[in-house]
Design a protein around this ligand. Structure first.
Ligand code: ADP
Ligand code: ADP
Length: 227
């Protein structure tokens, strides 16, 4: 589904990622984990071309990512980040509908999809759809951020510490929701975290990064049983 072939990236003189080789299978949930500055976010953002690599090739569905129209590529990949990035002047509904709106969905389809997603994330649609981001708690904002990434039912979800700033209870609840979404939808998910418990709970495979390189790739079970 997504294939890194000998990928490298520098920012100015700083080598952020080097010699990255990784094949992410269709429907797989891959967690990139490692210390701060190890290149996780850079690796993630190269998949939807938010960051350009300067070495190697990345394939999506067997095609070089630069052969896609960039907007088409991004619309096929939901993206959710810790800082959420909701548009403050848009309602919850409009925020969730960002991509469906760009894709020209009808009002009815959008409304129905927003109802579905808010319900999935335990936010009563009648209470929340017309609210603005500042009228939500941090946890609710992050839910809306993840709902937005899911809205147009993209084949791929890219998530950069999507549950980072949450209290432990809300974080666990959202992790379990994501696991359920993954198990029921078969989406390919790439998630960046520095939380090993999150990685063990969610991942099909864990990719351990350090100083811009992949140090180890293992299933949670392999990782737990290795010396
Ligand atoms: P991680 O997500 O693991 O914390 P990053 O991919 O954000 O790692 O960063 C990898 C390296 O690249 C770090 O040394 C970081 O300082 C550097 N870096 C990341 N983004 C930029 C940028 N926009 N400009 C310059 N250096 C950057
Ligand atoms: P336009 O056609 O108006 O240039 P874009 O496709 O560039 O629109 O996207 C407009 C906004 O929607 C941007 O802020 C972009 O980050 C956001 N966006 C586009 N695609 C996605 C996506 N797959 N997931 C999340 N946000 C997206």
């Amino acid at each position: 589904m997504i294939e890194f072939q000998n990928i490298g990236k520098s920012y100015g003189g700083v080598r952020a990622v080097e010699g990255l080789n990784l094949h992410i299978e269709l429907g797989e949930l891959v967690v990139l984990i490692g210390p701060s500055g190890s290149g996780k976010s850079t690796a993630l953002k190269m998949i939807n071309r938010m960051v350009d690599h300067d070495q190697g090739r990345i394939l999506f569905e067997g095609r070089e990512i630069y052969s896609f129209d960039v907007r088409d590529l991004r619309r096929r990949m939901g993206y959710a980040i810790q800082s959420v990035g909701l548009f403050p002047h848009w309602t919850v509904e409009r925020n969730i509908a960002t991509v469906p709106h760009l894709l020209g969905w009808s009002k009815e389809s959008i409304s129905q999809r927003v109802t579905e997603l808010l319900t999935l994330f335990d936010m009563a649609p009648e209470l929340f759809r017309q609210r603005y981001p500042h009228q939500l708690s941090g946890g609710q904002q992050q839910r809306v951020g993840v709902a937005r990434a899911l809205a147009a039912d993209p084949a791929v979800l890219l998530m950069d510490e999507p549950f980072g700033a949450l209290d432990p209870v809300t974080r666990t609840a959202l992790q379990l929701e994501l696991k359920r979404v993954h198990q029921t939808s078969g989406k390919t998910i790439v998630l960046v975290t520095h939380d090993i418990d999150e990685a063990l709970l969610l991942a099909d495979r864990i990719v351990l990064m350090n100083q811009g390189q992949i140090v180890q790739v293992a299933t949670p079970l392999e990782l737990l049983s290795s010396p």
